[in-house]
Design a protein around this ligand. Structure first.
Ligand code: UGA
Length: 435
């Protein structure tokens, strides 16, 4: 694999990971962003996002000269062989993907791209976007390639460097193959496709994951009603290689910056071609129902009403290993609890600062103080190692609702508390006999 001159536009977790990892593979990478302060911080090696391994790769790239950061993409792309678009595509009005950032960058750089330079979309974009960008650029000598990312927040570097597959799609087979070989050393299968198929792979994969999670949350609900244990059910299912063992953990609902927006966007894409994607709509509805079931479970632990209840929340991020609060199920549950009159004190090891409707503290034991119920909403492993006896002593009530099935119920019982998870039998506090 030869070293290529690459520009990455956008330095969010996808863009920065892409840039730093491509530099680590030997390419010369310039990352462009519109945020001057961020470019200055990154040029000094300061990385704001919590992504294991990323700060190290950025420092190494800066030190060996293979990675640099600039404000604005127009000048940087003039000598590029490939330009990756990694700008946000948030959920727009009505649930469709908002492509304004992609279009703005395309308009900014389209006329100065050197002949033969590949314009590569990494952001998740609706099927047909490559064609649209090609038309916007209006040049036959600039091939547009879709190269969707499959990076999970919190493990983005690891996912980039150990991919299950690389997908590249373009109406120019040669351009798609060229982008595929940029990952040459990574020993992953490369799927070379047309642009529309590559674009659809990303949505099909994320939406399948959302379906899987809504399904597992529904099975967990059945477990509770039928007296079964979701841990044993998913263990038994997961050994079937057609199903697999991952992505089978029930929780307070799925969230984050990707699954909610991508499921809505695919429903919209389907509508645009007159297809009612009922299965996917049900998965979205089921996700809201799961949040409501969790709220009802917490209300039950508070004796039936949330008005005036003091609830200690452990975890605010949408999953462990990240400080990202976008579409976090923990925030969604907390905000419904607050709206129903509960008083919320919350702690998350990666989140600080004020959040409307709750008191955020920087010590996990503070959430327990006078709490009627303590609720685990994000699966940070360190919550397992808290001193649960100290928590029990500080609490007013004696119920722990563990929406991630994170804690060892035996340990919670030993601390003198009751435990209830999701889809698992409740472990009721042992009452000390009164003599
Ligand atoms: C997701 C996909 O997993 C990545 O492959 C994709 O590249 C990325 O979106 C993207 O489109 O950029 P991410 O949003 O980082 O990654 O988060 P996930 O790890 O997929 O988790 C999504 C949600 O599902 C979280 O709320 C998480 O807590 C929940 N989840 C996940 C469960 O409730 N149970 C599980 O077993 C797994």
């Amino acid at each position: 694999m030869s070293s290529a001159r690459i520009v990455v536009v956008g330095t969010g977790y996808v863009g920065l990971t892409t840039g730093a990892c491509l530099a680590s593979l030997g390419h010369r990478v310039t990352c462009a962003d519109v945020d001057v302060a961020k470019v200055n911080r990154l040029s000094a090696g300061r990385v704001d996002i919590l992504e294991p391994g990323l700060a190290e790769l950025v420092s190494r790239g800066l030190a060996n000269g293979r990675l640099s950061f600039v404000v604005g993409a127009r000048e940087a792309v003039r000598s590029a062989e490939g330009v990756f678009l990694c700008v946000p595509t948030p959920m727009g009005a009505g649930g469709s993907a908002d492509l304004r950032a992609v279009e703005a960058v395309t308009a900014e750089i389209g006329d100065v791209l050197p002949p033969g330079c590949a314009l590569i979309t990494k952001s998740t974009v609706p099927v047909g976007t490559a064609k649209r960008i090609q038309a916007m650029v209006g040049r036959d000598d600039v091939p547009v390639v879709s190269n969707p990312e499959f990076l999970r927040e919190g493990t983005a570097v690891q996912d980039f460097l150990n991919p299950d597959r690389i997908v590249v799609g373009s109406d120019s087979h040669a351009a798609a193959a060229w982008v595929g070989q940029l990952y040459g050393d990574l020993a992953a299968p490369v799927v070379v496709a047309d642009a529309a198929s590559a674009e659809l792979v990303k949505y099909a994969a994320n939406c399948f994951l959302a379906l899987k999670l809504s399904y597992v949350n529904s099975i967990a609900e059945l477990c509770e009603r039928l007296g079964a244990d979701i841990d044993l059910v998913t263990e038994g299912m997961g050994y079937d290689r057609r199903i697999g063992r991952t992505f089978l953990k029930p929780g307070p609902g799925w969230g984050g910056s990707c699954l909610p927006k991508d499921t809505s966007a695919l429903v919209k894409v389907a509508e645009s071609v007159d297809y009612d994607f009922r299965m996917l709509t049900s998965a979205i509805d089921e996700n809201i129902a799961q949040r409501d079931r969790i709220v009802a479970k917490i209300a039950g632990a508070c004796g039936g009403t949330l008005a005036g209840a003091r609830i200690g929340v452990l975890g605010l991020a949408f999953k462990a290993g990240t400080n990202d609060l976008r579409d976090s199920p923990a925030l969604a549950v907390s905000s419904v609890l607050g709206a129903l009159g509960a008083e919320i004190t919350a702690y998350d090891p990666a989140v600080s600062g004020g959040i409307a409707g709750m008191t955020v503290v920087d010590d996990p034991y503070q959430v327990a103080k006078d709490a009627d119920v303590v609720v685990v909403l994000t699966e940070w492993a360190e919550f397992r190692n808290l001193d649960w006896v100290a928590i029990a002593d500080a609490m007013e009530g004696d119920d722990v609702v563990d929406t991630r099935n994170l804690l060892d119920p035996g340990m919670i019982l030993d601390a003198g508390l009751s435990w209830q998870g999701v889809g698992r039998p409740r472990a009721a506090r042992r009452r000390v006999p009164v003599s």
